[in-house]
Design a protein around this ligand. Structure first.
Ligand SMILES: Nc1nc2c(ncn2[C@@H]2O[C@H](COP(=O)(O)OP(=O)(O)OP(=O)(O)O)[C@@H](O)[C@H]2O)c(=O)[nH]1
Length: 308
């Protein structure tokens, strides 16, 4: 996978700032004052414009910075690269959700190519990079803006704006695992009709001795909540690349399956004979009866981020 050289977090808000905000790669970016989540003045109208589904306008919570480092191996078939034009339809908003301290920012910073230390302090909360997965480029805007203790600005917007969600818990904190389930339920409520990809992430997998949530528990939770599952260690940069590649694949799989369905429906409407209709009806009955098998198949695949 190729991550396009890390233009980092995003800055100003408002739909009018769309083009201006999308400076990336080689564009020099003047110093922007870091904005803080809690103290940030929020104008509801600005946010609505900025966070409207489909809008590329970036979050009020972020400042855009330049990513400096390639975290993922160069020369691999899929790796990070710089700049990327990121066609507008190829830009996906990814929201990180989870209890405090589980490592959301650490994961986001690795994605953004931001080093720990002063650089990280100066970075905002939104990271913008182009990545090439399976030979196709996609731009991800990764939002690390979730505030879960009621201080979260406009949680409804957070739940509505994502093209994909990464729900993070710490494997060393059972409470954060329970919180992850709550967030999944909240998301389901907020996006009832959308088949939006959700990836459950057990972070801090390096802390083996303090583990409170087993891999099996994580996986079982993902099966129950119909999402994908992966364990990561931001500290060791383990599986972080796989996570973000998986996000892109999950988005694409849904996009492709929607397109296939639309194509099939269009064709079916034109040509479907009575025999075919009967076959489809029987197929549905069989599918219902094999729900148990489907559940088993799902539990096998919930950790495979490259399949639906
Ligand atoms: N050992 C270990 N520590 C981690 C890992 N990921 C994050 N941390 C540490 O956990 C602490 C919290 O990480 P953050 O990235 O700030 O967590 P967060 O979820 O963004 O927290 P909030 O900003 O409070 O929501 C920091 O001290 C990180 O260094 C990991 O994979 N392993």
């Amino acid at each position: 996978m190729t991550l396009n050289g890390g233009s980092g977090a995003s800055g100003s808000r408002g739909a009018g700032g769309r083009e201006r905000d999308r400076r990336r790669g080689s564009t020099p970016w003047g110093p922007a004052p870091p904005l803080h989540r809690r103290s940030m003045p929020v104008d509801e109208r600005d946010l609505q414009a900025a966070l409207a589904p489909g809008s590329l306008a970036t979050t009020a919570a972020g400042t855009r910075t330049q990513g400096q480092r390639l975290d993922w191996p160069e020369g691999s078939s899929d790796s990070l690269s710089s700049g990327g034009s990121g066609s507008e339809e190829g830009v996906y908003k990814v929201l990180l959700l989870g209890a405090p301290g589980v490592g959301k920012s650490a994961l986001a910073r690795i994605f953004g190519g931001i080093e720990d230390g002063p650089e990280a302090e100066a970075a905002g909360h939104t990271y913008d990079r182009s990545i090439t997965v399976d030979g196709e480029e996609a731009s991800l805007l990764v939002y690390d803006i979730w505030e879960e203790d009621g201080g979260c600005w406009l949680p409804g917007h957070c739940m509505a704006m994502g093209d994909a969600y990464v729900i993070v818990y710490s494997i060393t904190d059972k409470g954060s695992f329970e919180k992850a389930s709550e967030l999944r339920v909240q998301l389901r409520r907020a996006r009832q009709t959308d088949d939006v990809p959700i990836i459950l992430v057990g972070n801090k997998s390096d802390l083996v001795r303090s583990r409170e949530v087993s891999v099996d528990e994580g996986r079982a939770c993902a099966v129950v909540f119909d999402c994908k599952f992966i364990e990561t260690s931001a500290a060791l940069h383990h599986n972080v690349q796989a996570l973000f590649e998986g996000v892109v694949r999950q988005i694409r799989l849904r996009r492709d399956s929607k397109e296939d369905n639309a194509r099939r429906q269009a064709g079916t409407r034109r040509r479907e004979s009575l025999g075919k209709k009967a076959k489809r009806f029987l197929g549905r009955i069989v599918a219902r009866n094999s729900r148990k098998m489907a559940f088993r198949a799902k539990s096998k695949s919930c950790h495979d981020l490259s399949v639906l």
